[in-house]
Design a protein around this ligand. Structure first.
Ligand SMILES: [Fe+2]
Length: 346
């Protein structure tokens, strides 16, 4: 496995780059906007293809690199279902998995620092965001924070992981880089409480100043969705209602870009073909499936995904590859369901 812990000195944020092999797919957890050039350089140096990036929660102390990286590298942005951010490509909830080639991260909902805080685990390590820090825990006094919920996330979820599990937090202010669950249970002063009420009292007595960047970072981090209007202005977008009027016509084929797990969980638009976004580049090659579909039958190719972001990126890539018949459903399955579009279960 390739594993890099990257540090932003301004906000004391750790970002993590993970891949199963050189030359393969990679993901980044909690990228920082100001470090985007560095990540891209490192990906290039390590010969990695960034396919997913995840934020553990909506950050208040730095601007996320999720949107800027996505606009340059066209990968899938991921956040939790509970996140208030406008658009990400894929949303996950407790018990889901985030998969890339050779690696799978489990999703653990760990609210408390914020109500959209998630942790992500692998067999030997856990990325705890700001829920569990090294010898500390994330503050719970803003962004719908809740010390009671955090106590449950810590004692009911994270501390139940095996003692030897490595703990990689989203921040450190003292120079530590990694810990373990057993070490934190024994030595983290916030975890030495005897009851939830004692933990609540402890957290409510902290009286911390607001983060310096909060007024800038929170609004910026709420608005990271790709501007789908650009695609619409080019005439490459259909509303859900417009799509319903062409669905089933012989010159139209719907293409689902989501992953198998999303199709199983949220259903499928009837009569659509499954070509996941991770295979897009391969399918756009001159002899690829999309050219065959468009060329042989002169079909209109209507891409769709969960929220319209992957499909908007796919339309632009397809148009660049000469597929003038490509368009997408703006807003994706979310918009389709709001318009009472039919779905079938997988
Ligand atoms: Fe945070």
């Amino acid at each position: 496995m390739i594993f890099r812990q990257l540090f932003d000195t301004t906000s004391s944020t750790y970002s993590y780059l993970i891949a199963s092999r050189s030359g393969g797919e990679a993901l980044i957890i909690d990228p920082v906007l100001e470090r985007v050039d560095r990540y891209i350089q490192l990906l290039d140096e390590l010969d990695l293809k960034l396919v997913k990036a995840i934020d553990t929660h909506l950050h208040a102390d730095h601007i996320t690199g999720l949107g800027a990286l996505r606009d340059r590298m066209h990968f899938i942005t991921v956040m939790g279902e509970r996140s208030g951010v406008d658009v990400v490509s894929m949303r996950v909830e407790d018990g889901d998995h985030i998969d890339i080639e050779g690696l799978s991260l489990g999703v653990i909902y760990t609210p408390g620092h914020t109500d959209d805080s998630y942790s992500f685990n692998m067999p030997d390590r856990v990325f705890t965001g700001d829920t569990l820090l090294i010898r500390g825990t994330g503050r719970t006094d803003f962004q719908n924070g809740d010390p009671r919920a955090q106590y449950e996330s810590l004692f009911g979820r994270l501390l139940r992981l095996p003692d030897e599990t490595l703990v990689y937090p989203a921040h450190d202010y003292k120079g530590d880089t990694v810990s373990t669950i057993g070490e934190e249970r024994a030595f983290n002063p916030r975890l030495q409480v005897k009851s939830v009420d004692e933990y609540v009292d402890l957290m409510e007595s902290l009286n911390l100043p607001d983060p310096k960047m909060m007024d800038v970072a929170v609004p910026a981090n709420m608005q990271i969705g790709m501007a789908q209007e650009t695609v619409a202005r080019s005439g490459w977008a259909l509303s859900a209602a417009e799509t319903m009027s062409v669905i089933g016509q012989p010159d139209t084929v719907l293409i689902d870009l989501r992953e198998k797990s999303e199709r199983e969980k949220h259903g499928v638009i009837p009569d659509s073909v499954h070509l996941p976004y991770s295979d897009l580049q391969k399918n756009l090659l001159p002899d690829g499936l999309l050219h065959q579909l468009a060329g042989a039958t002169a079909k209109r190719l209507v891409f769709y995904c969960a929220f319209g972001e992957r499909s908007a990126m796919a339309v632009q890539a397809a148009q660049n590859a000469g597929l003038k018949v490509a368009c997408h459903i703006q807003g994706g399955v979310q918009a389709w369901k709001l318009a009472d579009g039919p779905m079938t279960q997988q």
